[in-house]
Every structure is written in C-alpha cells, then in structure tokens.
Design a protein around this ligand. Structure first.
Ligand SMILES: Nc1nc(=O)c2c([nH]1)NC[C@@H]1CN(c3ccc(C(=O)N[C@@H](CCC(=O)O)C(=O)O)cc3)C=[N+]21
Length: 281
C-alpha cells in the first residue's frame, strides 16, 4: 500500500485565501508585527515567507529587526510599545532568542490578546483547560490537516512524539480536546518504536532528521511530520523516513510542503482572530 499524500501547501493556500476573503470585509487591515533578534539565517527565511503571506492576505505586516546584542530590558521595552499600539493586533517574537535573554520573561510580557503564537501562560492555561483562546500555529495547522485528510480523531489512538512547549504539549492538548486517546512519547520513553506503532495518528515533532522508521509506523495510520531538518547536503527532511514510511502509512505529510506552510497560514488565522476579538470589545 502506498500512502495518500496530504498536500499541506495546497491546504495552506486555501486557508490563506479564506483568511484574505474575511480580511477584505473588515474595513481595516489587521496588524502583525514580528520581532527578530539577531541574524539567524533560518529565521530570516521564515520571517520573509510570513511577511509575504501576510501582505498577500491584506494584513499590515512588519518585522522589527534588532541586533543580537539587544538586552532583555530593551526587548521588553519594544514589546511594551507594541502592546500599547492600537494598530498592532498580533505580536510574534521569533524563537530561539539569544541566550542572554530569558525567553519565559519575554513571552509573559506579550499582551495575551496579541499573543498570536499562543505561548503566553494565559493562553497555554486556556488550552489546557479545554477552553482555547489563541492556539499555537503549528498544532492548529496539524488539526486542520487531520480534518481535511479525513482522519477521524475522536476515540482514536494518537501518539505525539516530542514534548516541546511549541508543538508537542499543545498538540497533545488539542488532540485530547478532540477526544483522541493521547500518548506523549519522548527521549525517555522506554520502547518508542512500539508506542509509535500502536498509533492510528502519529505526530512526529522531535527535530531529528528521519528518526521515525517504517517499522515504527502502524499500517494504514495517518502520519504528520512536523520536523524540518536541513541535511549536510542542504536539503530539507522531516523527522520521518518519508520514502520508507509511505509504503506503510495510510496518509502522510511531505517535508517541505506539509506542516510548514500550514504554520504560516494559521499565524494569519490567529492574527485575524486576535484582531476581531480585540477590536470588537
Ligand atoms: N515565535 C516563533 N513562532 C514560530 O512559529 C516559529 C519560530 N518562532 N521560530 C522558528 C520556527 C520555524 N517555523 C517555520 C514555519 C514555516 C516554515 C515553512 O513554511 N516551511 C516550508 C518551506 C521551508 C523552506 O523551503 O525553507 C515547508 O515546510 O514547506 C518553516 C518553519 C516557525 N517557527
């Protein structure tokens, strides 16, 4: 059996078009500001893609670029200014930050109503309590891919590989809210292959190139590959050994062209949600 390919690029394009259609009816341009500290080349690519998508959907979008030597106090001052700016609906501080800046303090300083990454403790708590407000973009995009691929979630065994605050934990919370039976597997899990093989839905989010082998995959299962790893040869690969996994899975996302474009589309969706919520109260 060869898996169906879940075309994240196409689904993301549809989602961006739907967001653009809603933005056009608003009478104002939702404002998104990305704050980039330092000059990591991978971050620069992502920020450029996001900026293009945001403009394409009718948003006001800008990137504030700060030098790597920016102090925590200076960054907090920039965030305070954006919190106070009525034209700014969404704030995204690109991660990772330079080591001398305490990431948790920065995330806590963002107005939760403008936290389009969904990383602020208030938004994390809302999701954990089953009453989500702004939800992290990548997990939100994964849920959409499960939906459009016709993968049933309620009652199914879902395994999330990875427990990061950005993907693994919020992913597990969303799947649980959708009534899946959720397992979080990680570096300390005793038999990780066996846990994965039991999954009807496998979300790979560990950040290790092609770590998930064909033998780890349940026949017919839906495999969502969140990993984006650059090989020494410069090509992008996921956390799943894609060519081999395709022969076992029922449906699978490619890398690139899977989850990545959905993350950006969901960032626009979150910014639109934030704008509507803020400006209607
Ligand atoms: N506060 C914060 N929020 C983030 O959401 C965030 C972040 N920091 N730091 C960096 C990571 C990375 N990230 C990506 C999003 C989309 C693609 C993407 O669109 N990838 C395409 C193309 C990749 C390419 O060609 O380079 C694809 O997978 O098809 C990649 C990476 C968001 N991140």
């Amino acid at each position: 059996m060869t898996a169906r390919i879940i075309d994240g690029k196409a689904v993301a394009a549809e989602l961006r078009a739907a967001v653009a259609g809603r933005v056009a009816t608003l009478g104002y341009r939702p404002g998104l500001v990305v704050v980039l500290v330092g000059d990591d080349p991978a971050s620069a690519v992502y920020v450029r893609n996001k900026d293009r998508a945001a403009h394409g959907a009718g948003f006001e979008s800008r990137t504030i670029r700060l030098p790597a030597a920016t102090s925590e106090a200076e960054l907090l001052a920039v965030i305070a200014g954006l919190n106070d700016d009525p034209q700014t609906d969404g704030i995204l501080v690109q991660l990772p930050l330079p080591r001398h800046i305490a990431t948790a303090a920065i995330i806590r300083a963002i107005d939760p109503a403008k936290d389009v990454d969904g990383f602020h403790p208030e938004n994390v708590a809302a999701l954990a309590l089953g009453a989500p407000r702004l939800v992290p973009c990548t997990p939100r995009g994964v849920m959409r891919l499960l939906e459009v691929s016709g993968t049933p979630v309620a009652g199914r065994r879902a395994v999330v590989l990875g427990r990061s605050n950005i993907v693994g934990r919020p992913m597990a919370a969303l799947l649980l809210s959708a009534d899946a039976t959720v397992t979080i597997a990680h570096s300390r899990t005793r038999d990780i292959a066996a846990e994965c093989r039991r999954a009807e839905i496998l979300i790979a989010a560990v950040g290790r190139a092609e770590m998930v082998k064909a033998e780890w995959i349940g026949p017919g299962s839906t495999v969502i590959d969140v990993g984006i790893n650059r090989t020494e040869a410069g090509t992008l690969v996921g956390d799943v050994d894609y060519q081999a996994a395709r022969e076992v899975a029922g449906a699978i996302t490619p890398v690139p062209g899977g989850v990545g474009p959905m993350t950006i589309a969901c960032l626009l969706e979150n910014t639109l949600d934030a704008a509507i919520a803020r400006r209607s109260c």
